[in-house]
Design a protein around this ligand. Structure first.
Ligand SMILES: Cc1cc2nc3c(=O)[nH]c(=O)nc-3n(C[C@H](O)[C@H](O)[C@H](O)COP(=O)(O)OP(=O)(O)OC[C@H]3O[C@@H](n4cnc5c(N)ncnc54)[C@H](O)[C@@H]3O)c2cc1C
Length: 431
């Protein structure tokens, strides 16, 4: 901060995007204020969740030695569910007991706090319980933020980075995007269920410290979405994600969907006897590349979920990567002493070359295909389970008769050419 109380940059939101942007700028010598509405960073933040090694390793080398992490992910599971059965695939990887692993489960209340402390060590000024409600404009430029009424709640800087999450009131006020519409976001509802570490390891067939990430489909009444179970050290994160517009069509309460999921015969044994510790709900950007707004204007950039840069379940990594590039663009602007849109457009250029935008483009086509195809989340999971239940049920009827019945069911309900078309249109769908 200079003698007039002005920072080089203000970052709003101490989630993965904001903290990364602040850290990058502070390491480059900029004076940075990081404003967070929570009592502490992470206090209000929700995710599944798995934290990926990339790009965090580039920002904090060997982070796994000191960060508060829960379990290393060595088991990726995918379940195709019907109402009362489930086909489970498990892919075991990285199980040699040697860090670093590709992903770790984490609790945001612990991780975000730790991560923001790294930014503070780099010189960032962190202010918590600071709810920013507006940007300050002068001559068409963003010049600061307001966190309440009166001059005492105004803060000025050459640059504002909005990393205030999926609802980003600041990006909306700056005219960079609209508030989310129900077909642009999914609602994630999640319960943390406490269980002893030994029970988790026995139920998921894991060694000490190892973890499972399980995604499911077929638990959203044919609507776009799915379920998840992630293993933490002494708890499970259990949740359902559903496109908001589809939830509205379903006319079900989010917790009803979650209760159904928890009671499913393929899920219930994992959580049996566990104690529900907390319940939370949060929006997830689902709009793909089409939804990504303009990322900058005079005196301002946006990063992470605020810019809809999420390709579920990848979100924290894309937030960190975009925060890092926003930070680099800010250092470039500082060097040129010019925070105009023209100079900040380097952010857009770097983003276009990055994995983040490439991944958002990939998500685009599969998202459109899934949005318009009710078969993927209802008919296919039901049919797969129905056919397996029939074929695997021993009752004196020949396998040949059952295979014939399976083929005709498939032909009648889907059709080969339609199945081929569906397979092609959803080829980019994330596992
Ligand atoms: C149920 C669920 C499961 C998920 N699972 C995964 C997963 O397994 N792996 C993964 O990588 N991602 C996952 N995600 C996505 C991931 O959580 C997000 O993409 C990521 O958190 C985005 O980071 P961010 O920093 O942009 O925003 P956020 O993490 O939302 O951080 C925004 C910050 O801004 C603060 N803030 C907001 N408004 C203001 C304001 N007005 N003033 C001051 N501060 C403000 C908030 O308190 C918060 O700290 C999941 C999300 C959900 C909801």
């Amino acid at each position: 901060m200079d003698a007039e109380g002005k920072f080089d940059a203000i970052v709003v939101g101490a989630g993965p995007a904001g903290t990364t942007a602040a850290l990058t700028m502070a390491r480059g010598g900029m004076k940075v204020a990081l404003l967070e509405r929570g009592e502490y960073p992470g206090a209000k933040n929700v995710f599944g969740g798995v934290l990926y090694r990339w790009p965090l390793e580039e920002i904090i080398p060997k982070f796994w030695e000191t960060a508060p992490l829960e379990r290393q992910i060595v088991d990726h599971r995918f379940m195709v569910m019907s109402k009362d059965s489930g086909l489970l695939l498990s892919f075991k990887v990285d199980g040699r007991g040697k860090a670093p692993y590709n992903g770790y489960t984490a609790i945001r209340a612990k991780f975000d706090k730790w991560y923001a402390s790294k930014a503070e060590e780099a010189g960032v000024t962190l202010a918590t319980s600071a709810v920013v409600d507006d940007i300050i404009m002068k001559d068409g430029k963003v010049v600061g933020v307001r966190a309440g009424p009166g001059i005492e709640n105004e803060l000025y800087a050459d640059l504002v980075i909005a990393a205030d999450g999926v609802n980003s009131g600041l990006a909306v006020r700056a005219g960079l995007r609209e508030p989310p519409s129900p077909d642009q976001v999914a609602l994630g509802v999640k319960e943390v269920v406490e269980l002893p570490a030994e029970a988790i390891e026995a139920r998921f067939n894991l060694r000490k410290g190892e973890g499972t990430r399980m995604e499911t489909m077929g638990c959203t009444h044919g609507k776009m979405g799915g379920g998840f179970v992630y293993t933490n050290a002494n708890s499970l994160s259990v949740g359902v994600v559903i496109l908001l517009s589809h939830l509205m069509e379903l006319k079900m309460k989010p917790y009803e969907l979650l209760d159904e999921f928890k009671a499913h015969p393929s899920i219930e044994p994992f959580i049996e006897g566990g104690k529900a510790k907390e319940y939370s709900a949060h929006l997830i950007p689902e709009a793909g590349y089409k939804g990504v707004p303009r990322l900058y204007r005079d005196g301002m950039m946006i990063a992470g979920d605020a810019a809809y840069l999420c390709s579920y379940p990848e979100g924290t990594n894309l937030a960190m990567a975009s925060g890092m590039l926003a930070g680099k663009a800010a250092l470039h602007a500082k060097k040129n002493n010019d925070f105009s849109a023209k100079t900040l457009s380097v952010y857009h250029e770097m983003m276009n070359e990055s994995y983040v935008i490439k991944e958002m483009k990939r998500k685009d086509s599969s998202h459109t295909a899934m949005l318009n195809n009710p078969r993927i989340f209802g008919l296919y999971p039901d049919l797969i389970n129905e056919i397996l239940a029939d074929v695997l049920h021993v009752n004196g009827e020949t396998k040949t008769a059952k295979h014939k019945r399976a083929k005709s069911k498939f032909r009648d309900k889907v059709g080969l050419l339609r199945a081929l078309r569906d397979a092609y249109s959803t080829r980019g769908m994330a596992p």
